[in-house]
Every structure is written in structure tokens, then in C-alpha cells.
Design a protein around this ligand. Structure first.
Ligand SMILES: C[S@@+](CC[C@H](N)C(=O)[O-])C[C@H]1O[C@@H](n2cnc3c(N)ncnc32)[C@H](O)[C@@H]1O
Length: 246
């Protein structure tokens, strides 16, 4: 990459710092329980595999947190996690997962060469709608022709979890977020899943790191068993379609 290109990306990285993620930054152990509870029947993975099969391909997981999902890309030629929060980079590396590497960096300046991966995956990280244009451009840069970017996020239109999300984020507009991705030429698939917990203590601890105190207590009161319906959105875009100016 040219000196000008490097300087441009460094400036963009500085202008797009890590988005604070109190759940996993403050309580990584409880967040790992959350990841264990998510999608117990593998519906998200089934949808991903159908739309963007990764066998024999080079995969990067942007905003990989503690790397929980990296080993699930089994069969890929290479798996790289990119994460901006240094304690999580250390945690991901200390898991000693074979066949994956973890690099420190953010979505707006990926520490990867151009045209070097086939799938950019991001799950509940950075790509939340308007404002994520620099990350979309970076994904385009690192993708080879024929590659794809796959964004997995929570579907705030699906109760009860979506209702709790919107109670805490009254200005969050699911329709605006979906319109943003549609305008960027992403497809949308809605995925019905559940979070399934081993016991009430785990369930309540997870709800308490996801919501304000009032909303968490409301969610706990409203939840009878150990399973909570949670909807996800999967947005996918192939390379070479558009560049973002958002
Ligand atoms: C809710 S966590 C999800 C972590 C992981 N994807 C998972 O599903 O377990 C959001 C992650 O996005 C990371 N993040 C925040 N700002 C980012 C940025 N600018 N670029 C890439 N990742 C970012 C956070 O540090 C955090 O690890």
C-alpha cells in the first residue's frame, strides 16, 4: 500500500474509534455465557452456511470480541479475528484456539492487505447502520472479487427481546437501519432463534449486562422459563456492487 493510502487509513481509523461495548468489555465471562446461550439450534449458522459457504475460503470476523465464533468457521482455509479492544484481543489469543489468528484493529482500518479474504463476517459489532460506511469500504478493500460481507445483528422488531432493546434505545429505528443496508445493496434475511440458558441465575445475569437496571428487571419478571425468543437479521452483500458514502 502507498504511503498516502496508509496515511488515509490511519486518519480514518483515528476518526472511527472503537464503539464502547459495555457488555463484553466489562463482563467478558458473562458475555461468554450469553454466547453459549445464543442460537442453540444453529439457525444463524445454517443461514450463513447457505448464503456464504466458507469451506476452503479465507474468513475475517470483524469485532470478534473474545473470539468465541472463530472456531465455528471450521473448514475455512484461514480464520482471522479482528478486534479493537486490547483486553479482548488478549483474551481471544489466550484461548489458544488452533488454526485462528487474532489481530488488533477496527472495522475502519483492517490490518489486512487488499483483496486477501473471501468473507468478512461481523456479528453484533460496529455495523449498526448509518455511520458504518468507513467499515463497509474497508470490507470492500480486503475482499477478493466474488467475496461477501455478512452482517449479523439483533432484530429489534421481534418481541420480547426487541421490545426490551427499544425500551432502552428509544431513538433506535429498526426500519431506518434496514433501509440503510438495503440502500447499500445488502440482502436481508430474518432469522428466528432463541437464547437458551442452563439456569435462572445465568439467564438473569445475561439480561442484566444487556439492559438498564429497570429494563433488565422487567425482562426478568416477564420471563417464565429458561428460553427467550430472539430475532436476528442477516445482511449480505457480494463484492463489486457499490462503495459507501455514508
Ligand atoms: C457485542 S460485542 C460482539 C463480539 C463478537 N462479535 C461476538 O458476537 O461475540 C461488540 C464487539 O465489537 C467491537 N467493536 C467496537 N468498535 C469496533 C470497531 N470500530 N470495529 C470493530 N469492532 C468494534 C467491540 O470491541 C466488541 O468486541
Amino acid at each position: 500500500m502507498s504511503t498516502t493510502g496508509r496515511a488515509f487509513r490511519a486518519a480514518r481509523a483515528a476518526a472511527s474509534p472503537a464503539i464502547p461495548s459495555p457488555n463484553i468489555w466489562t463482563w467478558p465471562e458473562i458475555y461468554e455465557w450469553e454466547n453459549c446461550a445464543q442460537d442453540p439450534d444453529g439457525a444463524i449458522w445454517e443461514a450463513l452456511r447457505e448464503v456464504v459457504p466458507w469451506e476452503g475460503r479465507d474468513v475475517v470476523d470483524v469485532g470478534c470480541g473474545d473470539g468465541f465464533h472463530l472456531p465455528l468457521f471450521a473448514g475455512a482455509r484461514s480464520v482471522t479475528g479482528v478486534e479493537p479492544h486490547p483486553p479482548l484481543v488478549a483474551r481471544a489469543r489466550s484461548a489458544g484456539r488452533p488454526d485462528v489468528r487474532v489481530l488488533e484493529g477496527g472495522a475502519a482500518a483492517l490490518p489486512l492487505p487488499g483483496a486477501s479474504v473471501d468473507l468478512v463476517h461481523a456479528r453484533t459489532a460496529y455495523f449498526f447502520g448509518r455511520g458504518c460506511g468507513p467499515g463497509l469500504d474497508e470490507a470492500q478493500r480486503v475482499l477478493r472479487p466474488g467475496g461477501a460481507i455478512a452482517i449479523v445483528d439483533l432484530d429489534a422488531t421481534v418481541p420480547p427481546y426487541g421490545d426490551w432493546m427499544r425500551a432502552d434505545l428509544p431513538r433506535y429505528r429498526p426500519d431506518a437501519v434496514e433501509a440503510f443496508f438495503a440502500a447499500q445493496a445488502f440482502s436481508l434475511r430474518r432469522i428466528a432463534t432463541a437464547w437458551r440458558f442452563p439456569d435462572r441465575a445465568t439467564r438473569d445475569a445475561v439480561l442484566r449486562i444487556e439492559f438498564s437496571r429497570a429494563v433488565a428487571e422487567r425482562a426478568i419478571d416477564a420471563t417464565v422459563g429458561l428460553e427467550i425468543p430472539v430475532g436476528y437479521r442477516l445482511h449480505v452483500r457480494r463484492t463489486g456492487l457499490v462503495r459507501s458514502d455514508q
